[in-house]
Design a protein around this ligand. Structure first.
Ligand code: HEM
Length: 221
């Protein structure tokens, strides 16, 4: 690895910055999606705004996609470097004695989230790009709610989403505070740890609620 990412500290800082960026994105993403529990109109309006605003589409969206790809690539690079520089292998010592399952398995939970994102992009993002930029279908500001509902009719997909959100919670339970530590913000450890736990449970729980709500609300129709 060349340039400023050649030092391990720079890699950890870059990883932490991309994590914080994604933490903010998840909060915005949940805020938009949670409106679908209360109001079809509000959800449609917000989705239409996000999906047609020039700055969001052509500045924020490419930055977000870069952030997601960067985080996964860098995560796996860090994992491989850590494994190869570790002289005592995990099988020879009791990792559970001084670290949590979450911290030792960030690559596992990260891998499951990556698999979820592939499914999620096939479900929402590719059809959206196809609608707007390949087929150039006419704008319809009221279509988003029905598209969302339609995705949550298959129990297998709902199950896969819920499992992924549980792993997202495990990933965030370690990742949130770890990102702050990598940035040297240890002074606020207790506050960051508490905030991290609340965030790591509340955000995935919000997504789980959305998936289950739309699944069960359509069962009797
Ligand atoms: C019930 C839960 C969720 C629902 C209903 C949902 C819904 C959506 C929808 C409708 C889009 C398409 C936006 C568009 O391009 O118009 C989208 C995009 C996306 N979602 Fe989700 N999402 C959920 C959970 C998540 C989670 C947990 C993550 C991350 C771990 C995530 C990451 C993304 C990303 C990266 C995109 C592409 C953003 C973009 O449009 O550029 N989503 N989601």
């Amino acid at each position: 690895m060349s340039g400023f990412l050649s030092s391990s500290i720079a890699r950890k800082v870059a990883m932490a910055l991309s994590a914080l960026f994604l933490i903010i994105f998840l909060l915005i993403h949940l805020t938009v999606n949670i409106t679908s529990l209360f109001s079809e109109n509000v959800f449609n309006e917000l989705s239409h705004f996000m999906g047609t605003n020039f700055l969001i589409q052509f500045l924020m969206q490419p930055v977000l996609i870069f952030g997601v790809v960067f985080h996964f690539v860098m995560g796996f690079v860090l994992e491989i470097k850590n494994r190869s520089s570790r002289s005592i292998k995990y099988v020879k010592y009791n990792g559970a004695a001084n670290s949590t399952w979450m911290s030792r398995n960030m690559a596992v939970s990260g891998g499951v989230i990556l698999a979820f994102l592939v499914l999620h992009f096939i479900d929402f993002w590719f059809p959206e790009m196809n609608y707007k930029y390949i087929e150039f279908l006419p704008e319809d500001p009221t279509r988003y709610f029905a598209e969302l509902q339609h995705k949550f009719t298959n129990p297998l997909r709902v199950g896969a989403y819920v499992i992924a959100f549980v792993l997202l919670a495990l990933h965030l339970l370690h990742g949130f505070q770890s990102a702050f530590q990598s940035l040297g913000l240890n002074k606020y450890t207790k506050f960051v740890k508490t905030l991290g736990k609340i965030y790591a449970i509340a955000i995935p729980l919000g997504f789980i609620t959305i998936a289950l709500f739309h699944y069960f609300s359509q069962l009797n129709h």
